[in-house]
Design a protein around this ligand. Structure first.
Ligand SMILES: [Zn+2]
Ligand SMILES: [Zn+2]
Length: 280
């Protein structure tokens, strides 16, 4: 009975769009992977890597794109986007605003979720698989994440803006494509030098994200707007001024260093240290 009100043509069209997004993302991953064969070979040779790790990365890409990505896209596009068959056409500026808003909210939400994953051992376990690619980061690592990370850090940030924005599926697909391509680019080491040279500081470069893979406790922003840069700017502008007014003898804490010395934080630091050693 509940299904009676549903528009099956729209559901099919949304599912088809979701499939296209998954298919083209995976195909681009494969192309970049062929281009990055040296990195792939290093993953196959690395300590704690080899075929089991690389096979798990391919499996998680397929599972995330096709098993989770398509149904979630279908539901989100059906529920929150304007009907493509309606005569409602967004103007270019409305579409640009929608895309920019989706990208900005996605960046902030991803940054928050990513930083949270690195702040607690109970959450880091959901992100640890992605960091098995520490020094050797092939494009396949871009979507080699656990289901929890994929749903909460990759997909959910997209859907948050949709209920409040007037979005059509084209805007959503453009925003998704920008994020998918950027995510692959920041996991393609061969683009490191060129992205560092061409991109402005407020966009995440490949070098930024590869540094995060190596060190684990810095540069959490990905894959478009550099939220680390924004956070640093806010900290420098507002918090340092406050600190300057404090008495130096009280040895005020460095805002960039985590001050939590609890057991769980120490446990997380040890896990980070082990991962940087183990997967290098
Ligand atoms: Zn990554
Ligand atoms: Zn991380």
């Amino acid at each position: 009975m509940v299904l009676e009100g549903l528009n099956s043509d729209r559901i099919y069209a949304s599912a088809r769009q979701g499939f296209d997004m998954a298919f083209w993302t995976f195909l681009l991953t494969l192309c970049l992977e062929v281009w990055s064969l040296d990195t792939v070979k290093n993953v196959l040779k690395q300590k704690g890597g080899g075929l089991p790790l690389y096979g798990a990365a391919i499996f998680s890409n397929l599972r995330n794109h096709f098993l989770f990505g398509i149904p979630i896209y279908t539901v989100a596009a059906y529920l929150f986007c304007c009907d493509d068959n309606d005569e409602v056409t967004l103007t270019s500026s409305e579409r640009l605003t929608s895309i920019a808003s989706i990208l900005f909210v996605q960046s902030v939400c991803f940054y928050t979720a990513h930083r949270a994953f690195h702040s607690n051992p109970n959450w880091y376990k959901y992100h640890r698989f992605h960091h098995r690619f520490n020094t050797n980061v092939p494009p396949m690592a871009a979507n080699a994440v656990s289901p929890v990370e994929y749903v909460f850090a990759y997909i959910l940030p997209f859907t948050l803006t949709l209920p409040i924005l007037h979005v059509d599926t084209l805007s959503l697909r453009i925003a998704l494509s920008i994020v998918s391509v950027s995510n692959l680019m920041i996991h393609t080491p061969k683009l490191s030098a060129v992205s560092e040279r061409l991109l402005p500081v407020w966009i995440v470069s490949t070098d930024d994200h590869l540094e995060h893979h190596r060190k684990l406790n810095t540069k959490y922003a990905a894959p478009t707007f550099n939220v680390d840069y924004l956070v640093d700017w806010i900290e420098e502008r507002y918090f340092q001024k406050q600190e300057e007014t404090n008495d130096d003898s009280t040895s005020s804490p460095d805002p960039k260093k985590p001050q939590d010395t609890s057991t769980s934080h120490k446990r997380l630091e040890n896990t980070h240290k082990n991962d940087t050693l183990k997967f290098h």
